[in-house]
Design a protein around this ligand. Structure first.
Ligand code: AMP
Length: 282
């Protein structure tokens, strides 16, 4: 039985009852327009907890002024159907006013980790993400929270926030779910024209090729980044925003690929910005 809650108070009352009954709570925060990537997180939560809470909220504070907040897909009915299908216990569907009432002033800012990769071109983005996730964690108080590696920098930042702020939740980062041709599933894929859609898997292919190059002995980040750019430019009309090799924990750029590393990429296909990453031990 899936129940939808829109107010913090009614959700808290329900969760309190469940907690006194010693039910473990798994939490999956999303912006909706659910796809297989989101569903994989819900399934993992179902497997590892008694109760699964899904939140759906297109968070305005993580979008820049010229970004796609207004056109971001909102598909409440379809999302609800998918959630019911996955036996989600609770959907939290708050309004903007509920989470950011007028006069709202408090934000969570995480240093250094937010400067590179997506943070370089989206200066306010991670402040919005960490603030909303911090708020949702305080509201839901889950035992475990499930995030996707698809947003690798986001996952690392949230893990750090949970650690630094002593938030009592276990953060589980789950693998990126991909289309058969390798394109990482994303709610934004729906914006792509058929030509762009056919080109978009180049991001994943270029990252995988780069991993092989690192394994064959090319360890200099500048060279690897150049090879990725060359590959993407030769095989698509994408406009690359960044290709950056970072330490997988700190999200700081590295000069040489050694140990646990992540290579992140963002590129525009027309007006649609896609991101992807690959994490491995070099
Ligand atoms: P979003 O709705 O885009 O904010 O994503 C909500 C959660 O789903 C985040 O933790 C994302 O990293 C995760 N997610 C999005 N796409 C995928 C995917 N293709 N595979 C795995 N997780 C994903």
């Amino acid at each position: 039985m899936t129940n939808t809650y829109r107010s913090i108070q009614s959700l808290r009352t329900r969760l309190k009852t469940l907690r006194t009954r010693k039910k473990s709570i798994g939490f999956v925060p999303t912006m909706g327009a659910l796809h297989e990537g989101h569903l994989s997180l819900l399934r993992r939560s179902r497997k590892e907890n008694d109760i699964t809470v899904l939140s759906i909220f297109v968070n305005p504070t993580q979008f820049g002024p010229s970004e796609d907040f207004r056109r971001y897909p909102r598909q409440e009915k379809n999302d609800e159907r998918l959630a019911i299908n996955e036996n989600v216990d609770i959907i939290f569907y708050p309004t903007e006013k509920t989470l950011y009432p007028s006069g709202y002033l408090t934000y969570i800012n995480i240093d250094t980790m937010t400067r590179h990769l997506c943070g370089a071109s989206r200066p306010e983005h991670f402040r919005g993400v960490s603030t909303i996730v911090g708020k949702l964690l305080n509201i839901v108080q889950p035992d475990k929270m499930y995030l996707g590696q698809k947003d690798g920098q986001q996952a690392a930042i949230i893990r750090k926030m949970v650690h630094d702020l002593n938030i009592p939740v276990n953060v589980r980062i789950c693998p990126t779910v991909r289309e058969p041709d390798g394109l990482a599933m994303s709610s934004r894929n729906a914006y792509l024209t058929s030509q762009q859609r056919s080109e978009a898997p180049v991001l994943n292919r270029a990252l995988k090729a780069a991993r092989e190059e690192v394994r064959s002995g090319i360890k200099r980040a500048a060279i690897i980044e150049k090879l990725i750019r060359k590959n993407v430019n030769a095989n698509s009309s994408a406009d690359i925003q960044y290709v950056t090799c970072v330490d997988a924990n700190t999200m700081q750029p590295v000069k040489t690929l050694t140990g646990r590393v992540m290579i992140g990429i963002a590129a525009h296909f027309g007006s649609t910005r896609l991101i992807d990453n690959i994490t491995f031990t070099a």
